[in-house]
Design a protein around this ligand. Structure first.
Ligand SMILES: NC(=O)c1ccc[n+]([C@@H]2O[C@H](COP(=O)([O-])OP(=O)(O)OC[C@H]3O[C@@H](n4cnc5c(N)ncnc54)[C@H](OP(=O)(O)O)[C@@H]3O)[C@@H](O)[C@H]2O)c1
Length: 282
């Protein structure tokens, strides 16, 4: 049976199951402007033109750069485009990420994202991480307040374990979880199971293991050859086939790679191929 083409987030946001991760449109180390901002804007326009309607970003990508580019390239936004952004990480420098999920800071971050994205309400606002210095209940309560004020439509979480997810869900409805997950890292399988059981979207970050799965040979190449597909396409197709709640958001700075990744949504692996890939890469 072929995998469903769309998933409905929070009961009212229907998205295609292959989204776009907008972290790679920034400078090296996810820091500063990209070398060619015009090319990044062109890529974003192509993403939407190709029918992708889930774009993942965060205030910390750049910082600010990814959200600014999205607004510059795409505002006014087409009907049905879901921009999922995040708050909760600070950026002291390139490649450095430090949590700060204090309620007052999250509220400020959300206001800043609204301004940068030129939105009155953010469709999906995700707590980027769990700050060990702040109970997750306090961070999530801040997002619940923003939701009550109409500034957030739905709340998501990221980088959470099963217990943290439950604690968050006790405060407010959580519609999605964004955790690291790909063929070679399935440590979030249990959280994925909860998402499947309860109909939450599961957004796997590093779906290509930061590009390694696009390069890797072996079983990915073997399965790809049988379908005329590249290893990156096989890795993404495996995710899409693995669970109907999975919404991969491969990140790229290149239109060519984007087009390649998009084709993965059409690639159907057999059960035995999917199983062989899971065995070979675990
Ligand atoms: N919640 C979190 O904590 C968190 C953490 C990390 C990422 N994320 C989100 O998840 C998204 C995806 O993660 P990611 O971008 O880090 O990792 P990824 O999608 O696993 O891999 C991206 C890397 O793979 C390369 N690539 C993409 N498509 C390719 C292809 N077809 N062939 C060869 N190479 C290819 C890209 O380089 P090119 O630019 O050269 O294509 C880029 O360096 C991010 O964009 C971001 O939105 C969230």
């Amino acid at each position: 049976m072929s995998a469903p083409e769309t998933f409905t987030l929070g009961g009212d946001l229907e998205v295609r199951r292959l989204g776009f991760g907008a972290m790679r449109i920034t400078g090296p180390g996810v820091w500063g402007e990209p070398d060619d901002p015009a090319a990044a804007r062109l890529l974003l326009r192509r993403v939407v033109e190709a029918g992708v309607n889930l774009i993942d970003t965060a205030d910390s990508y750049g910082p600010e750069v990814s959200e600014n580019l999205i607004a510059e390239a795409l505002h006014p936004y087409p009907e049905g485009l879901v921009i999922a952004t995040k708050g909760g990480l600070t950026r002291p420098g390139p490649g450095r990420w430090e949590p700060n999920c204090r309620p007052e800071r999250l509220k400020r971050c959300c206001e800043d994202s609204l301004r940068r994205l030129k939105l009155e309400r953010i469709d999906v606002y995700q707590l980027h991480t769990v700050d060990r210095k702040v109970p997750i209940e306090d961070s999530i309560a801040a997002l619940a307040e923003l939701q009550a004020e109409g500034k957030i439509r739905h709340v998501g979480v990221s980088n959470v374990g099963g217990e943290e997810l439950e604690r968050a869900r006790a405060i407010v409805e959580i519609v999605s979880v964004q955790n690291r997950y790909n063929l070679t890292d399935r440590s979030s399988e249990e959280v994925l199971g909860v998402c499947e059981r309860d109909g939450l979207g599961f957004v796997p970050f590093f779906p290509l293991a930061t590009g390694n799965l696009a390069r890797s040979g072996g079983m990915l190449d073997q399965v790809g050859r049988a379908h005329g597909a590249t290893p990156a396409q096989v890795a993404l197709a495996w995710l899409i086939g693995h669970s109907p709640v999975i919404l991969p958001i491969p990140g790229t700075s290149s239109i060519e790679h984007f087009e390649e990744n998009l084709q993965a949504a059409q690639l159907e692996l057999s059960d035995s191929e999917a199983e062989a890939l899971a065995q070979a890469t675990s």
